[in-house]
Design a protein around this ligand. Structure first.
Ligand code: F3S
Length: 646
């Protein structure tokens, strides 16, 4: 039978279930990627479930998010992660070596393999033909211990790329075009497979920009075939022996095929406050710009920064623009330092930022009040920059430089500049900041590092109070702000004090009041609850405060998995009217909830308003068992090995 790339990888890695539409399958994971945001909790959970050695072919821990050391907390986490990696058998990429996705693509990607990462932009490695999926820390811990990862057998959309990008039109503009086409919601359970004749001219770093921003679609992942262009990338990385051709069968079937002619793509921009709010850049040209930032795992490859340097050569950025550049990896930084391109950036007036995530998630570079900030990263959610009333516009590096030079949103085609041709030489290889595990050593734990949170098994009857009624598109940043607060990620009690800080500052206090009344807390929300990052704390911290159920119009994939993993009952409204009718502080009861979860529909009684309504559940039997146990930690502990958790 002819198979597409997704079917091939799943078939080769199938650990449980059958590949039938809508059914859950478990797949074996070849590699795991643990970043420092979720890695500490992942290793704490790994220890808590009794694991003592990494069971994957490769696990790499990256220090890339929490590098701002404005206290001992982040440095203590780095030390914990380095010693835990050494003890358990994982490689450790030190702070300064680069952003996890870019470094992993450069140094560890393998066509046809599976990768599970504790970060929502893990699909970046789909650029090299991997099935690369983002997840929470607990799923990362279980996969690192050899357990399968579960997903719903996906629908596969083929996006067929034809034609050729015109000068000044970029891979970022392809990503934004796809977002314009498919939107940021309604794509759950889907994987995008790219193909078509245009791939012959699309480099792996350009493909990585496309797979990276696939996360904003809400799809499970995106991937490209591994072809001659991929081979050239592996050769340039001195890893040709790790390259393999990986193509779909000729008559492979897809659930949907979309055609995009790259020759028709123009410079695009995602306007505030959603990556799906895409416009043609020319429509917004002329808007005054206060800040321009280039970097992140979306757009800081060698090619991107060489383009930036070429455009800036002999020029200075506008005096009213604050301009920063963060190379995505030390490899790229070393290469632009050696060939002199870094000087172009410095001479033009760039602030050279650390080789890390930084501004992308609001760790530094917060713009001034009400600023217009133009950035090359992938998310522009309200407040994510660190300034609540800032307006963030997402563009390509070319368009970012155009804005930096003119002080206004500018279509780079209107600069009147000759289009620089960028050649990629052999990459500079220096893995000296990737520390090999040396075996049993003491794990060092600072005072900010606490135990992972456990939940209680689900009670026979769930009685709770609606602690918050939220609207649509609540992101994980709304649930739990990131930025500098993330230094508390290993201290669940402390981090929980900030749950819904920017939505309802009384949330933790109200949860405590419910607890004192012996009531669970229940969150009610609209569409796309939990979109954005894979931050598991957006589930574990509410759980710590006593949240036991979320009832929403729909819940995004990774967050849904995180809720289940922490024993929080996820339910969906069957009618918008039921959402409209419910109020904050309403008391709800689900009788015989343990039994009720085995059905597709769950009846809820609104005690306060005296009416009944029905919600959808749809948990698989594996997910039911996890929720009944009070979460994956309890469930896994009761099995002998993570691999037995099926
Ligand atoms: Fe880091 Fe932003 Fe990517 S936080 S992993 S650069 S999405």
């Amino acid at each position: 039978m002819a198979r597409n790339l997704v079917e091939k990888i799943i078939a080769q890695h199938l650990a449980a279930g059958e590949m039938l539409a809508g059914r859950e399958v478990g797949i074996n994971i070849d590699q795991t990627l643990l970043n420092d945001t979720q890695g500490t909790m992942a290793f704490l959970q790994f220890e808590a479930i009794g694991m003592s050695a990494v069971q994957t072919k490769l696990t790499v821990v990256y220090i890339d998010h929490q590098t701002l050391q404005d206290g001992f907390e982040n440095a203590d986490d780095h030390c914990y992660l380095q010693t835990a990696a050494s003890k358990f058998g994982a490689k450790y990429s030190k702070a300064g070596n680069g952003i996890c996705h870019q470094v992993h693509l450069e140094r560890f990607s393998r066509p046809g393999w599976t990768l599970l990462g504790t970060d929502s932009h893990t699909p970046t490695c789909g650029a090299a033909g991997m099935l690369a999926i983002g997840a929470g820390a607990l799923d990362g811990a279980v996969a690192t211990g050899g357990g399968p990862f579960y997903l719903t057998s996906p629908k596969v959309i083929r996006i067929n790329l034809t034609g050729r990008l015109q000068p000044w039109c970029t891979a970022k503009d392809i990503s934004l075009e796809v977002l314009k086409l498919l939107g940021t919601t309604g794509n759950a359970g889907t994987i995008i497979e790219y193909g078509g004749p245009a791939l012959a001219a699309l480099t792996v770093p350009e493909r990585a920009t496309v797979t990276n921003m696939g996360a904003e679609l809400g799809v499970t992942t995106s991937l490209f075939p591994s072809d001659e262009m991929t081979r050239r990338f592996f050769v340039a990385q001195q890893r040709e022996a790790q390259w393999a051709e990986f193509l779909p069968d000729e008559n492979a079937a897809y659930d949907r095929v979309i055609e995009i002619d790259l020759g028709h793509i123009e410079p695009n921009v995602a306007a505030p406050h959603s990556p799906g709010n895409v416009h043609k850049l020319r429509e917004l040209a002329g808007m005054k710009v206060d800040q321009v930032l280039i970097g992140s795992c979306t757009n800081s490859s060698y090619r991107d920064l060489m383009m930036v340097a070429a455009m800036l050569q002999g020029r200075r950025v506008n005096q009213e623009v604050s301009f920063g550049v963060a190379p995505g990896s030390r490899q790229v930084l070393q290469m632009i330092a050696r060939n002199g391109a870094l000087n172009n950036l410095i001479d033009a007036g760039a602030r050279i930022l650390e080789t890390t995530c930084g501004f992308c998630f609001g760790s530094g570079q917060a713009p001034k009040s009400g600023a217009v900030s133009v950035r090359t990263n992938n998310r522009n959610f309200e407040g994510r920059s660190g300034t609540k009333d800032a307006q963030i516009y997402l563009v390509s590096p070319e368009a970012a430089v155009a804005a930096a030079l003119t002080g206004k949103l500018t279509d780079p085609r209107d600069l009147g500049m000759a289009y620089p041709e960028i050649q990629t030489p052999a990459f500079h290889i220096d893995d000296s900041m990737i520390v090999e595990p040396v075996g049993a050593r003491q794990i060092v734990r600072g005072p900010n590092i606490g135990p992972p949170p456990f939940n209680d098994p689900l009670p026979p009857t769930l009685t709770g109070c609606v602690v918050l009624k939220a609207g649509d598109a609540i992101t994980t940043d709304h649930i739990l702000p990131g930025g500098s607060l993330m230094k508390y990620r290993s201290n669940i009690a402390k981090y929980s004090e900030f749950v819904f800080r920017d939505v309802d500052p009384d949330f933790p206090r109200n949860c405590q009041a419910n607890r004192e009344r012996r009531l669970a807390s229940i969150i009610v929300a609209g569409r796309s609850y939990g979109q954005g990052s894979s931050r598991e704390h957006a589930a574990s911290c509410p759980m710590f405060l006593g949240v036991r159920a979320v009832i929403a119009k729909n819940i995004e994939r990774i967050h849904l998995a995180n809720l289940i993993n922490f024993g929080i009952v996820p339910l969906m409204f069957t009618a918008d009217l039921d959402y409209d009718r419910i109020n904050s502080d309403d008391e709800l009861v689900i009788e015989d909830v343990r039994q009720a979860l085995s059905g597709n529909l769950v009846a809820i009684r609104n005690i306060t308003q005296r009416y009944d309504f029905t919600t959808k559940c749809g948990l698989t039997s594996r997910q039911q068992a996890i929720v009944l146990s009070g979460g994956l930690l309890n469930h896994t502990k009761s099995a002998q090995q993570p691999g037995e958790c099926r």
